[in-house]
Design a protein around this ligand. Sequence first.
Ligand SMILES: [Zn+2]
Ligand SMILES: [Zn+2]
Ligand SMILES: [Zn+2]
Length: 338
Amino acid sequence: MIDWKQDPHRRYNPLTREWVLVSPHRTERPWQGQVEQTPPEERPEYDATCYLCPGNERAGGVRNPNYAATFVFDNDFAALKPDTGPDRFERGGLLMAEAEPGVCRVLCFSPKHNLTISNMDAAALRLVVDAWIEQYGELGARPIIHYVQIFENRGAMMGASNAHPHCQIWSGRSLPNEMVKEQMTQQDWREERRTCLLCEYLRLERISRERLVEENESFLAVVPFWAVWPFEILLISKRHMTGIDKLLHGERNGLAEILRSVTARYDRLFGAPFPYSFGFHQRPTDGLAHDEWHLHAHFYPPLLRSATVRKFLVGYEMLAGPQRDIAAETAAERLRGA
Ligand SMILES: [Zn+2]
Ligand SMILES: [Zn+2]
Ligand SMILES: [Zn+2]
């Protein structure tokens, strides 16, 4: 018999139809990870050199207003432009290209340079939730925009170029790779079983509670059974809904609260600001109902064993598939204790 917390095995991700290799027995082996430079903790509330702080000048001479809560603007170095295309290129079914129009924005969470989601108060975070909903609605309503991706890169380890609390919103006409996979699996599940994939998963996790990290009236945070990153978290809305715009007043507060408590727990885990990539997955904005989509968010943090030892997806993982050492259940237990 296999010991699922000790013996090597594979786990299936029903959202992507991909497998992850789990090797929990290796957690005791000696290993020297890369030692990162821990960023200094002392940061001012206002930084004259920060292009996101209120009143400061950005690229091209644009000056930020003296904003008091959230502030959104079109990215000065946008990856997508609204007036692109349409055009298409194809040769022999092998060389394919498509013009991609879109809009990229930056959303500052707070005028205070030294805050993070984990130390903002729930009322201020609620304004961020409201701003996400507003942006999702406004961008999604544009005829060229069929998909809106809200995401935050936190920490230099994740390539975040500016420590000011902010996220990015990239929106375009095409469905990106990760969304294509998750749309297909949720659609197929709904057609075959007449239920929702994530509603069913949520039910299983609430019964077992083994991988549960946090729970409130509106959201559940778990280390998913199929997690790739050591302390990966999946945040799932308890009520079935296709997007953040369907959140009721109380659920919006619930989202703000669980975001704060999950990120604060992350910070406590290794006693240092915890880096991660975070973002929502929700229905495309192509005008269809997309009842198969269940609102959720992913936290992908790179840290492995301390504030300085990180996981890399290299070697076997680049050439074959993802692998993890610490079992998802053990990671959830550590996060619960943090
Ligand atoms: Zn700033
Ligand atoms: Zn659902
Ligand atoms: Zn997802």
